[in-house]
Write a protein that binds this ligand. Structure first.
Ligand code: ADP
Length: 184
C-alpha cells in the first residue's frame, strides 16, 4: 500500500509500481471518480463529497474496496492507492482480510505539504479536477495530518513502513521505491 499527501504523486507511482510488479493497481479515488462519471445512484450520492475533498462514508467505500481487493489478491496481488484513509478503514481492512490478502509493505511517499499544494494548483490548471481548488486542497492536506498520520504510525510500529523521498523526477522516485522494496 502507498501512503502520501494529495499531490505527492501517489497514483502515478502506484500505477508504475503495479505495472512493474505485474499486479493490480487499485486506486479508491479513481474508482470513486468513475462511479461519479457513470451517473449511477452511488455516483450521485458521492459527487458532492468528492468535490468538498471529504472522505466518502466507510459503508460506501469499504464494500467496493473489499470486493476489488479480494479479486486482486486472488489474481496475484495489488498496489493499494488511497485506502485506508483513517484508522477506522484500516481496522475494517484488517477485519475483512485475514492472512494472505493483508498488505505486505506500506510505502510512505514523502513530499512536504507546500510542494504538494504547488503541484496540485499546477495540475488544476491542466486537468481541471474539481477537487483541486485552493480551499479543497488545504482541506485534503489537513486530513492527511489528522486522519492518515495515525495509520502511518500504526504501520511503522508493525515494522513494515518504508519511507521514500518523493521530491524528484517521477522515474527517480520509482527507482527509489523499487530499491527500498528490494532491500528491506
Ligand atoms: P488525493 O490523494 O489527491 O486526495 P485520491 O484520488 O486518492 O486523491 O482521492 C480523491 C478523493 O476521493 C478524496 O478526496 C475522497 O473524497 C475520495 N476518497 C478516496 N479514497 C477514499 C477512501 N479510502 N475513503 C473515503 N474517500 C476516499
Amino acid at each position: 500500500m502507498l501512503f502520501a499527501r494529495p499531490g505527492a504523486g501517489k497514483s502515478t507511482q502506484a500505477a508504475l509500481l503495479a505495472r512493474h510488479l505485474g499486479v493490480t493497481h487499485l486506486s479508491t479515488g479513481a474508482v470513486l471518480r468513475d462511479e461519479v462519471a457513470s451517473g449511477s445512484a452511488l455516483g450521485q450520492l458521492i459527487a458532492p463529497v468528492l468535490e468538498r475533498g471529504d472522505l466518502v462514508a466507510d459503508e460506501l467505500v469499504v464494500p467496493v474496496v473489499a470486493r476489488r481487493l479480494q479479486a486482486a489478491a486472488g489474481a496475484g496481488g495489488y498496489v493499494l492507492d488511497g485506502f485506508p484513509r483513517d484508522l477506522a478503514q484500516d481496522t475494517a481492512l484488517a477485519a475483512q482480510f485475514p492472512g494472505a490478502a493483508q498488505p505486505q509493505v506500506a510505502v510512505l511517499l514523502d513530499v512536504p505539504a507546500e510542494e504538494c499544494r504547488r503541484r496540485l494548483l499546477a495540475r488544476a490548471a491542466v486537468e481541471g479536477r474539481n477537487d483541486d481548488t485552493p480551499q479543497t486542497i488545504d482541506h485534503r492536506l489537513a486530513l492527511f495530518d489528522t486522519d492518515l498520520l495515525p495509520v502511518i504510525e500504526r504501520y511503522e510500529q508493525r515494522g513494515i513502513l518504508v519511507r521514500v523521498d518523493g521530491e524528484a523526477d517521477r522515474q527517480v522516485v520509482t527507482e527509489r521505491i523499487l530499491a527500498r522494496l528490494a532491500t528491506p
